[in-house]
Structures are given as structure tokens and as C-alpha cells.
Design a protein around this ligand. Structure first.
Ligand code: NAD
Ligand SMILES: O=C(O)C1=N[C@H](C(=O)O)CCC1
Length: 267
């Protein structure tokens, strides 16, 4: 029999968090031991989340939670500031973080990487848990060797806090590994309305669309003489991310350092 993995979910009432709670409750060798919310300290999960019957405790303070509960893994699906703090605290307490929260700075990622290494603990920070999105990023990286002119258009629901999306940033980082650094567009181009050309990452442009009705979508557009290539991925619901969360929890127990991006653990 596989060992039981004891899990804390942070952000259980969020769009992603409630799916993660369901995943943990429905997976045989996963055990939910507590949740971390920004309110309702001391209540039971079932009292604050209509889709759960779980009697595990709600904590508002991660330190109190990790002192009181025996946990192997923290799944964090909160906000950029909270996610960073939770990841750091979990590592300090010897708990392995699986982080879907996006919007971390480069400095924060570097700091978390050193902390995970110092502690010899697995930590997975995945800007996108959907397998199709990972493939889109990998295909984009491959294509950029042959099509070095590329623009990324990410489209999300209008409640998203960070822009560009974590997926768009990760895609640009992966493309950068293959694409000779250069500025794109006309050398004399001028924006008559600020922001018209999008964010500039190593000469590539990233455009962020926010609209009600969207979930998570990204198009990577490549252009060359007389041709274009478009790679697109769409998540139509949050369940699309859960197989990636599951494989991350299963894999993290045998890791001893930080992995940034699911492409490193999908074989
Ligand atoms: N990696 C992926 O595949 C993926 C997919 C979707 C969303 N995301 C990211 O996951 C995060 C959550 O997204 P969402 O759509 O579920 O957002 P959401 O706003 O629906 O949920 C966030 C939850 O975090 C909780 N929260 C805020 N501050 C907190 C605190 N201090 N302590 C505990 N809980 C706190 C809120 O109560 C809320 O329930 C975002 O960063 C988003 O970009 C990642
Ligand atoms: O809904 C969100 O927010 C999402 N965020 C991730 C990102 O920033 O890339 C992944 C897709 C959904």
C-alpha cells in the first residue's frame, strides 16, 4: 500500500482551492489534515465550504497550523504575497510546498530555491498545472528556434491579480533559452497610447487580456517571411489543472530541491 500523504490546502474557498480540496478528499492515499483561510480561524472546513463535509480545522495563521498539525505537503492557491509567505514558512517547518499561486518575483523564486536546497526539501512552483499548457510551452520553445519573432497573448478572467500571467512569463523564459535575444518590430515604432505594444521581455511582447467569461487561455504567435504559426491552449474549467496538482503531490515526496515548472517532472 502507498504511504498516506498528509496535506494542508491554503485558499480552500477559492476557485482553485475548492477543486484542490475535492482532489485531496477523493484521492485514496491523500489525507486533508487542515486548511488555511484568511478568516474563520478555529472553525471546521464543512462550516465554511458547502462542497465539503470535512471536519478538519481552519487556520488563519500558517505557523499555528504547521505547529499543531502533522503535514507532509502544503498546496498553496492564494495570492502572490500570501503564497510567497506560505511557501517560505512551509519550508521552514519542513513541509513540502506545491505552489500554483502565480506572481512571484525573480528574487522571491531565487530565495525560495536556496531555502529548499538548504533544507533538502522538495518544492514545486508550477505556473500552470494543465498538461496541455505545458505542451504549448514546450512546443513554443521548440518553434522559437526556427521562428525567432514571437508575441504571447494571454487571456484570463477579470478577477486575476497578476499580469502577465505566470504561464506567459514561463513561456517567455523557456523561449529565451532558444531564441537569440533581439528587439522585435520596427526600430522607430512609437506607442501613441501607452502600453499598446504590451510588456517587453527580452524583445518579445506579452499582451494580457482580462475579461469576464474567460478562464485561462494563451496564444503564442510566431511570424516569419510569408507565414505565421499559432500555438494555443485553453482551460475551460479549473478541473483541468487537477491532474497536475495530483502528480506534483505524488512527486514532491521524492524531491530534495525546488522545481519551477511542471515540464521538469512530467516524463
Ligand atoms: N498553477 C496553475 O495551474 C493555476 C491555475 C489557476 C490559478 N492559479 C493561481 O492560483 C492562485 C489562486 O487562483 P484562484 O483563481 O483560485 O483565486 P481566488 O481568488 O478564487 O482564490 C484565492 C483564495 O485565497 C484566499 N486567500 C487570500 N489571502 C489569504 C491568506 N492570507 N490566507 C489564506 N488564504 C488566503 C482567498 O480567501 C481566496 O479564497 C492565483 O495566484 C492564480 O494565478 C494557478
Ligand atoms: O486563473 C488564473 O489566475 C490562472 N493563473 C495561472 C497563470 O497565471 O498562468 C495559470 C492559469 C490560470
Amino acid at each position: 500500500m502507498t504511504d498516506v500523504i498528509k496535506i494542508v490546502v491554503a485558499g480552500p474557498r477559492g476557485r482553485m482551492g475548492r477543486e484542490a480540496v475535492k482532489l485531496v478528499e477523493d484521492t485514496e492515499n491523500f489525507q486533508l489534515v487542515a486548511v488555511i483561510d484568511h478568516k474563520h480561524n478555529g472553525m471546521k472546513l464543512a462550516d465554511i465550504l458547502e462542497t465539503s463535509k470535512s471536519q478538519v480545522m481552519v487556520y488563519t495563521d500558517i505557523e499555528e497550523c504547521l505547529q499543531n498539525e502533522q503535514a507532509d505537503v502544503l498546496i498553496d492557491l492564494t495570492t502572490p504575497e500570501t503564497g510567497y509567505l506560505h511557501t517560505k514558512t512551509a519550508l521552514t517547518y519542513g513541509v513540502r510546498p506545491v505552489v500554483g499561486t502565480t506572481g512571484f518575483s525573480q528574487e522571491e523564486l531565487i530565495e525560495l530555491k536556496s531555502l529548499a536546497e538548504a533544507k533538502g526539501l522538495g518544492c514545486i512552483i508550477a505556473p500552470n498545472f494543465a498538461i496541455g499548457a505545458i505542451l504549448m510551452m514546450k512546443f513554443s520553445q521548440m518553434a522559437s528556434k526556427y521562428f525567432p519573432d514571437v508575441e504571447i497573448m494571454e487571456m484570463h478572467h477579470d478577477q486575476k491579480l497578476d499580469a502577465p500571467s505566470g504561464t506567459a512569463v514561463k513561456t517567455a523564459e523557456m523561449i529565451k533559452e532558444n531564441r537569440p535575444s533581439h528587439r522585435q518590430g520596427h526600430e522607430d515604432e512609437k506607442e501613441t497610447i501607452e502600453g499598446a505594444r504590451g510588456a517587453n521581455y527580452d524583445g518579445m511582447r506579452i499582451h494580457s487580456v482580462r475579461l469576464p467569461g474567460l478562464v485561462a487561455h494563451q496564444q503564442v504567435l510566431f511570424g516569419a517571411e510569408g507565414q505565421t504559426l499559432t500555438l494555443r491552449h485553453d482551460s475551460y474549467n479549473r478541473a483541468s489543472f487537477m491532474s497536475g496538482v495530483k502528480v506534483s503531490v505524488e512527486t514532491i515526496m521524492s524531491l530534495d530541491s525546488l522545481v519551477y515548472g511542471l515540464e521538469h517532472i512530467l516524463v
